[in-house]
Write a protein that binds this ligand. Structure first.
Ligand code: LRH
Ligand code: MN
Length: 432
């Protein structure tokens, strides 16, 4: 077993917590009394919250950009090892992000076994691996200009299938148990492609990838309404996604990226539907106001995040075909320190989950049964209005994390220290 060498001095976290624990215990006590009045036990909620695990996106540790520009941050990671270091800082401070989701070839590695051991040294494991057939790599034989798994050329499709199989092989060594397949395939003009032929080609390719999925693994299909295609996307919505996942087999599940839907789509209902049919594979948490903005989770619409977790709490209590969704963050940090955004997002996701755990489900189902519409709504809103932070912070504190992770990160001087030793990042435009 590799010996643990965490990046932030545990002494710093202990000092940080020592000056904050009294206030936390006071807030926790007050919330405990408020929940007791509702017949809810705070420690049971805290215990469930403490088991929540999120995966950080390796690509989220660097500053992201748009097609217009990217503004690098001094001291941001410039290679895989530095990305893992920053993911370790996030987990050490918040204690809910024990795994990293890598993206290939962005995280290309010569020795995956050595990377696995390095990650273990940093207290990390690996979550779903992500393939990339939405960009052409230097020296690539076939171009993905007109698509990848759905391209009209068998040679292009085969190249894309082989890339996904290579990702699985890397993932096996890293200890991952899932492959996420998102493709940008689609059209910009009516008539550019035949919708059904494109989907037929997708299924032909996806079946080849599915055949290479090891036992105990999952294949997550990620749908997206638009971008980079702006007229039609082959896997555009949850409907196409669930049909494809059912076609492929039990190891296939649907991945919901919160930013991949048209504005005002009821995403929480999609969660309930996918769960009802045993195809709720996982999530890419982020937030958005307009398109796939990849903003920090809970930063724009925290109520939607609460409603999504409300459905997840219901699903966990009504397991039907089983319940084991993968929770991953997928964001692009254009104007904040990526570590701070990941810490802030982890906090928002935990808080949404805790608020959903604070719903008085007995009272709610009584009001639903007798169609007391307003009281049913108010029962949900009452939980949303409670302050989840004392439970999130207490669970984090008891797990050895920082009571205020962002303050602790700033107290550590991590970014300035890394700016002194890491090389300057490129200014190339694009999300990573
Ligand atoms: C596509 C997406 C996908 C990743 C990429 C970085 O928009 O959400 O999950 O491969 O972002
Ligand atoms: Mn995504």
């Amino acid at each position: 077993m590799t010996s643990l060498r965490l990046p932030i001095d545990p002494e710093l976290i202990a000092r940080h917590n020592a000056s904050r624990v009294m206030a936390l215990q006071d807030d926790y006590g007050a919330l405990s009394r408020a929940l007791e009045r509702r017949g809810l036990a705070i420690d049971a909620i805290k215990a469930r919250a403490a088991r929540l695990e999120l995966a950080t996106p390796s690509w989220g540790t660097g500053t992201g950009g748009t097609r217009f520009a990217r503004f690098p941050l001094a001291g941001e990671p410039t290679n895989l090892d530095e990305k893992l270091e920053d993911c370790s800082v996030v987990h050490e401070l918040c204690r809910v992000t024990p795994r990293v989701s890598p993206h290939f070839p962005w995280d290309q590695m010569a020795d995956p076994q050595a990377v696995r051991e390095r990650a273990e040294q940093l207290g990390l494991g690996f979550d779903a691996v992500n393939s990339n057939t939405f960009q052409d790599q230097p020296g690539q034989a076939q171009s993905y200009r007109y698509g990848s798994l759905t391209h009209t050329s068998p040679a292009v499709r085969e190249q894309a299938v082989q890339h996904n199989i290579e990702c699985i092989e890397l993932g096996r060594v890293l200890g991952s148990t899932a492959l996420t397949v998102w493709i940008g395939d689609g059209t910009n003009f009516p008539g550019q492609q035949q919708f059904s032929d494109s989907l037929d080609r997708y299924l032909e390719s996806a079946r080849k990838i599915y055949a290479a999925i090891p036992n105990g693994w999952h294949m997550f299909i990620e749908h997206k309404l638009y971008e980079p295609a702006f007229y039609s996307s082959v896997i555009s919505d949850w409907g196409t996604n669930i049909l494809v996942a059912k076609e492929l087999g039990d190891k296939a599940g649907c991945l919901i990226d919160l930013g991949h839907h048209a504005p005002s789509v009821n995403i929480e209902q999609i969660v309930a539907r996918l769960h009802a049919f045993g195809k709720l594979g996982g999530f890419h948490f982020n937030d958005s106001k307009y398109g796939d903005d990849d903003l920090d989770s809970g930063s724009i619409n925290p109520h939607q995040l609460f409603l999504v977790f409300n459905e997840l709490v219901i699903a966990e209590q009504d397991r039907r075909h089983g319940f084991d969704p993968a929770y991953m963050i997928d964001q692009s940090h254009n104007v904040t320190d990526p570590v701070e955004s990941l810490l802030s997002s982890a906090e928002a996701i935990c808080a949404a989950f805790v608020k959903a755990l604070m719903v008085d489900r007995h009272v709610l189902s009584d009001y639903q049964r007798c169609n007391d519409v307003l009281m049913a709504f108010r029962t949900l809103r009452d939980a949303y209005a409670l302050d989840a932070r004392p439970i999130v912070a207490m669970a984090r504190y008891e797990a050895g994390g920082a009571i205020d992770p962002i303050a602790a990160f700033r107290e550590s001087g991590w970014r300035a220290a890394k700016a002194a030793v890491r090389s300057a990042a490129s200014t190339a435009a694009g999300i990573v």
